[in-house]
Design a protein around this ligand. Structure first.
Ligand SMILES: C[S@@+](CC[C@H](N)C(=O)[O-])C[C@H]1O[C@@H](n2cnc3c(N)ncnc32)[C@H](O)[C@@H]1O
Ligand code: SF4
Ligand code: SF4
Length: 336
């Protein structure tokens, strides 16, 4: 665990404009630094202090001046075309309202912090016309920053805009078979495959893909892994929604432990069957982001080694400051 001034290296801006040191703290009132529209936000950031620890970091106050930030992580409107059953921001229930004064205030904050990486996410940005216009302006005014989009990748009509605008595009998957995807999210997975392929073939944007585990899609993880090895994106990450919270492990037939064991074995088989792809593409590792998923899948370093898949899968602690990152700090740099 690294001691660091989280709030002087990165910030998370919630859709309502509230400012936190990272996206792992938005539900803790004592971790709110201020609001994007506060006139004295800069001095609030400088003076911020709190007791906070997570799997990766321990927050310290740091120096009194602000240097160049690594990442500003911005939530815009919660407007979204999907209806994900597990959406952590309740986008499907949102009316999509966004205070347009935030755009000006966000630009001011970006100029103040001059971040290596500007990460943007909704809701779904690729259905938000005003947000997309604002991001085009950010691209012009913040030319030294990378811009990273987190998207469901389903609005294929905006693929050209995405390629022109973003250095990094991370597409989230909530399942791998069409009916699962549709049941969880209300959309057709074919558009997302098409989107990913077009981004992968573009010279301008790096493609990252992410699988969000939940009970309905857990057994489809091997299919996702096989596909992701085949398209060779810059990075593949697996995160968890709240799988253990949704599951009842204590049934007489041991249902979930059986499903998990079978899934784990299928992951090993899938990776061995596709090892040739590793040689062809020099495939990057699949990152298991968070010890909770390792625990859920009952996979640890020893299991990876014993099954000879430690070259393909790596378990990393949850990193709230670079939640969607694959190589942590290096994600924020232009060169990969
Ligand atoms: C709220 S979404 C907004 C961006 C975009 N609509 C998407 O789904 O990628 C931002 C990220 O949160 C993740 N997410 C959604 N629900 C979650 C949950 N219950 N637990 C953890 N992550 C979740 C998504 O997979 C996505 O990577
Ligand atoms: S990165 Fe960890 S220690 Fe730092 S503010 Fe977030 S939760 Fe706290
Ligand atoms: S696509 Fe993203 S924002 Fe939209 S409902 Fe799903 S998780 Fe929420």
């Amino acid at each position: 665990m690294v001691k660091t001034a989280c709030h002087k290296e990165g910030l998370f801006i919630q859709s309502n404009g509230d400012v936190f040191p990272c996206c792992g703290t938005w539900n803790k009132p004592n971790m709110k630094i201020g609001n994007i529209r506060d006139n004295d936000l800069e001095s609030k950031i400088k003076a911020f202090s709190a007791v906070c620890k997570c799997e990766s970091y321990e927050l310290v106050s740091g120096s009194s001046e602000l240097g160049r930030y690594k990442e500003i992580n911005i939530e815009t409107s919660y407007a979204c075309q999907a209806t994900c059953a597990m959406c952590c921001v309740n986008a499907p229930e949102s009316d999509g309202y966004y205070n347009n004064e935030n755009y000006l205030a966000l630009m001011k904050l970006l100029k103040l912090t001059n971040p290596d990486n500007i990460m943007v996410q909704g809701g779904e940005i690729l259905v938000q016309n005003e947000t997309m216009n604002w991001i085009s302006q950010v691209k012009q005014e913040m030319s030294k920053s990378n811009i990273t989009l987190i998207t469901n990748g389903n609005n294929i009509k905006k693929v050209e805009y995405a390629k022109e605008t973003f250095d990094n595009i991370q597409v989230s998957f909530v399942g791998f078979q069409n009916l699962t995807y549709k049941t969880l999210m209300g959309l057709d997975i074919k558009h997302t495959f098409n989107f990913c392929e077009q981004i992968f073939n573009s010279a301008s944007s790096n493609l990252f893909i992410k699988y969000l585990l939940s009970p309905l899609n857990l057994h489809e993880l091997p299919l996702f892994i096989e596909w992701s090895m085949g398209i060779n994106p810059k990075g593949v990450i697996i995160h968890d929604s709240n799988t253990s919270g949704y599951i009842n492990y204590k049934t007489g037939d041991d249902y979930w432990n059986k499903i998990i064991q079978r899934t784990r074995e299928q992951i090993v088989k899938t990776i061995h069957n596709n090892k040739h792809i590793h040689k062809k593409y020099n495939f990057k590792k699949i990152i298991i982001g968070g010890n909770n998923i390792a625990k859920l899948l009952q996979i640890d370093e020893k299991y990876l080694k014993n099954n000879k898949i430690d070259d393909f899968i790596e378990i990393q602690p949850v990193n709230y400051r670079f939640i969607n990152s694959f190589e942590s700090d290096s994600y924020a740099t232009k060169t990969f």
